[in-house]
Design a protein around this ligand. Structure first.
Ligand code: C5P
Length: 423
C-alpha cells in the first residue's frame, strides 16, 4: 500500500503518538516519510516509548520538539496539551501497544499521549503492534471493538516475525508506507474529492479460493475454486482506495499488490485468520469453504488394507460467513456472501441470505454448463436485504454476463454507493 498520490498529505498537520514497543523505531521512519510528503509532524512519546527511543532523536527527525510529559512546564508553555490535540489534521498512534489501546478504550488521561488522544477531535488512526497472543487476547479484542465503535481507524497489524526470537504471527506493526497510505486515504476521505477513492479509509476483508481439508499428510479434500473472483474483488477494492486484507486458500495466483495477504489451508485456519483480521468495515466472503472435514486426520499416510477402503468420518466445518454475520461486536457494517448454486439459484440464494445473516448475497450459477468454476466469466445476481426483523426487503438485480474483473468492479461500485449513502 504505497499509494503515489500525496496531495492529501501536503501541508497537513500530523500528530504521531509513539507507544512503548520494539516497533517504536519504525515510527522514526514514518515521521521521515510524512515529512518527505510535505506534512508538518509533531510527536508525543509515552513513558514506555522513551525506553526504546529518545525524545531528542524523535524531535530531531520531526524537525521540532518531541513532547513527552503532561506536566512539563516548558512543553505546556510551548503548545499545551489541548493545542497539541486541536492543532492537527490527524492523530496517528504508532505503534499502538495493547496498553495504549486499553487506555484509549477506557478513556484514560493519565499521561500526555492518552490526554491528547482523548482531547482530539481530529480523526485518529492506530497502528497496533504487539505479541500475537496479546493481539488475540479477549481483552484486546474488546478494546479494539470499542475503539472501532468510537470511530478510530486501524491499519495492520501484519503477519510475520516478532522482535522476540521464535515468535511469529499477527502483531507486527504496519510498515511506515502502509501507515502513510492509510493517512492519505483518511485525509482524502475527509475531503471527499469528486472521483477520488470512494473506499478511502475503509477496511475491506476478502476471503478467496478453496480450502484444503487434510485426510492425512499427503491427501486432502478440496474443490475446484480458482480464487479468481475473490482476488479480482480484492484488487477492485484496493483500486477504490480501500485498505484490503485478503485471506486466501491455496490458489495458483500471485498475491495482488498493495494489500495484506494471509495464506491459509483449511476452513478452521481461514476462520481464525478472519477473526484476527477484524475489525473491518466491509467483509466479502468469496471463498469456497469446504463444508466438511475429516474427523480424525491420519498422522501417517493411510494404507490400503485387506479390509478395503479406510472409513472417512466427516464432521462439519465452521461456517465463517454465518459466524461473522452473527457477531455482536466487531460485525462489519456490510457483510457479503456468495452462493454458488447448480440449481434453483435465486430460491437457494434467498434462503442463504436469511440463514447466514449476511446483508448481501452474490449468487452465481456454477452448473458445469456455465463454465464459471475456473473460468473467466460469471453470471451474477445480487440479492440485497434491507431492514431487519419483520420488514425485510430483498431486492434482486440480475447482471449481464461479465468477466470476473467486471463483476468485481461492479460489486465494488455498489459497495461504494452504499457506503456513501450510509456515511
Ligand atoms: O453454504 P454455502 O457454502 O453455499 O455458502 C456460501 C457462502 O458462505 C460463501 O460466501 C462462502 O464463502 C461462505 N461460507 C463460509 N464458511 C463455510 C461455508 C461457506 O464462509 N464453512
Amino acid at each position: 500500500m504505497t499509494g503515489s498520490d500525496h496531495r492529501h498529505i501536503l501541508g497537513c498537520r500530523v500528530l504521531i503518538v509513539i507507544g512503548g514497543g520494539a516497533a517504536a523505531y519504525k515510527s522514526l521512519d514514518l515521521i521521515r516519510r510524512l515529512r518527505e510528503r510535505g506534512a508538518a509532524v509533531r510527536v508525543v512519546l509515552t513513558k514506555a516509548a522513551q525506553e526504546f527511543i529518545t525524545p531528542l532523536l524523535a524531535g530531531a527527525i520531526a524537525g521540532g520538539h518531541a513532547y513527552a510529559d503532561l506536566f512539563d512546564a516548558r512543553t505546556e508553555f510551548d503548545v499545551g496539551h489541548i493545542r497539541l490535540a486541536r492543532d492537527t489534521d490527524i492523530v496517528v498512534a504508532a505503534p499502538a501497544t495493547a496498553d495504549l489501546m486499553a487506555r484509549m478504550a477506557g478513556g484514560h488521561a493519565d499521561d500526555l499521549a492518552a490526554t491528547v488522544l482523548l482531547a482530539t477531535q481530529a480523526p485518529v488512526l492506530i497502528a497496533p503492534a504487539m505479541n500475537p497472543h496479546m493481539w488475540i487476547n479477549a481483552t484486546t479484542r474488546r478494546n479494539l471493538a470499542q475503539l472501532v465503535a468510537d470511530g478510530v481507524a486501524v491499519v495492520g497489524p501484519n503477519e510475520g516475525e516478532m522482535a522476540e526470537a521464535g515468535e511469529a504471527g499477527l502483531g507486527r506493526v504496519a510498515e511506515p508506507l502502509e501507515i502513510v497510505a492509510a493517512v492519505e486515504r483518511i485525509l482524502a476521505g475527509r475531503e471527499k474529492l469528486p472521483g477520488g477513492d470512494p473506499l478511502a479509509g475503509r477496511r475491506v476483508l476478502v476471503t478467496a479460493g478453496p480450502t484444503h481439508e487434510p485426510i492425512d499428510p499427503v491427501r486432502y479434500i478440496a474443490n475446484r475454486s480458482s480464487g479468481k473472483q475473490g482476488y479480482a474483488i480484492a484488487a477492485a477494492a484496493r483500486a477504490a482506495g480501500a485498505d484490503v486484507i485478503l485471506i486466501s486458500g491455496p490458489v495458483e495466483l500471485d498475491d495482488p499488490p498493495g494489500m495484506s495477504v494471509t495464506h491459509v489451508e483449511s476452513a478452521r485456519e481461514m476462520l481464525h485468520a478472519v477473526e484476527t483480521a477484524l475489525p473491518a468495515d466491509i467483509a466479502i466472503f468469496a471463498a469456497a469453504v469446504a463444508d466438511w472435514r475429516v474427523a480424525h486426520e491420519g498422522e501417517q499416510k493411510l494404507k490400503k488394507t485387506a479390509a478395503g477402503m479406510p472409513p472417512l468420518q466427516l464432521v462439519e466445518n465452521p461456517d465463517i460467513l454465518a459466524t461473522i454475520s452473527k457477531l455482536q461486536k466487531l460485525r462489519p457494517a456490510l457483510v457479503i456472501g456468495f452462493a454458488a448454486e447448480t440449481e434453483n439459484l435465486i430460491e437457494n440464494a434467498k434462503a442463504k441470505l436469511a440463514r447466514k445473516g449476511c446483508d448481501w448475497i452474490v449468487a452465481n450459477d456454477v452448473s458445469p454448463a456455465s463454465g464459471v468454476m475456473g473460468g473467466d466469466r460469471n453470471t451474477v445476481h445480487l440479492l440485497t436485504r434491507d431492514g431487519n426483523g419483520v420488514h425485510v426487503d430483498i431486492k434482486i438485480e440480475s447482471w449481464p454476463v461479465m468477466t470476473k474483473e467486471e463483476v468485481a468492479a461492479t460489486l465494488v461500485a455498489r459497495i461504494a454507493s452504499q457506503a456513501e449513502n450510509r456515511s
